[in-house]
Design a protein around this ligand. Sequence first.
Ligand SMILES: C[S@@+](CC[C@H](N)C(=O)[O-])C[C@H]1O[C@@H](n2cnc3c(N)ncnc32)[C@H](O)[C@@H]1O
Length: 276
Amino acid sequence: MNLLEVFHRDMVPEPWAEGEKIPWDDPAFSRRMLKEHLSQRHDAASRRTATLKKHVDWIHSSILDAKPSRILDLGCGPGLYTARLAGLGHACHGIDFSPASIEYAVKRSPDGCTYALGDIRTTGFGSGYDLVMLIFGEFNVFKPEDANLILSKSFAALNPGGKLLLEVTTYDAVYELGYQPATWYSAENELLADEPHVCLMESFWDENQSVAIERYYVLDATSAEVTRYSASTQAYENDRLAKMLVRAGFETPDFYPSLTGKPAELSEMIVLLSHI
Ligand SMILES: C[S@@+](CC[C@H](N)C(=O)[O-])C[C@H]1O[C@@H](n2cnc3c(N)ncnc32)[C@H](O)[C@@H]1O
């Protein structure tokens, strides 16, 4: 892509038409993203260790009643939750399509943890799980038809009485994302490129479909070549989420303010827990 094409871009993008999400599955991007997952300076890709430990504690003691369980973590990233849950006696399987994250998870995999590199829309989940989890808002970044597919596959993967734990971005937080002012930055070597670059960002809110669309134009500072990334995030009202779960076979979910079960400061997420 070149700057002229940026200039002539669609002024109102269609949700998901220009790319579904940031390129988690690109090997070079995933290597850069892994650093962000592990960073203790921010909570952007994964939570920092102190928060993550509180989440694991709630999952272990309140959701699983401290009983050794089989857990499937969808979009597990570098296995920060699975490794800790395995340490508490659970058997965990993580699926993610980020090569660097899965490589990291496998290398540090404690007993009781297995991983698969794969897209959760197309990879088989297997069966016999007591808990399926999909956390940190990734659910919203799937098209609704893919989100429904993931729910049906999760239902099929669970034992009778098994549970589904979903952490989604709130409607209001997605709406705000769609109204972020356009901005830009320059960097030597950052998440979106290994070489010096300028990144132009803009956001949109699609009122009809309740979707926020983010665009990133990455301009290579040497060649002026442009790479476009785009991510669309679906906003869901709580009752729509509950209906989607029920349609997939689950009981009406309970809602919690965070993965500790308690209100969290500045939280843009909400947690649904359902069972079959
Ligand atoms: C926000 S990160 C959260 C990672 C992890 N759950 C955590 O909280 O530490 C979202 C993860 O979902 C993964 N992901 C996104 N879309 C995916 C897909 N279609 N199939 C498999 N993994 C996916 C990304 O690679 C990334 O690791």
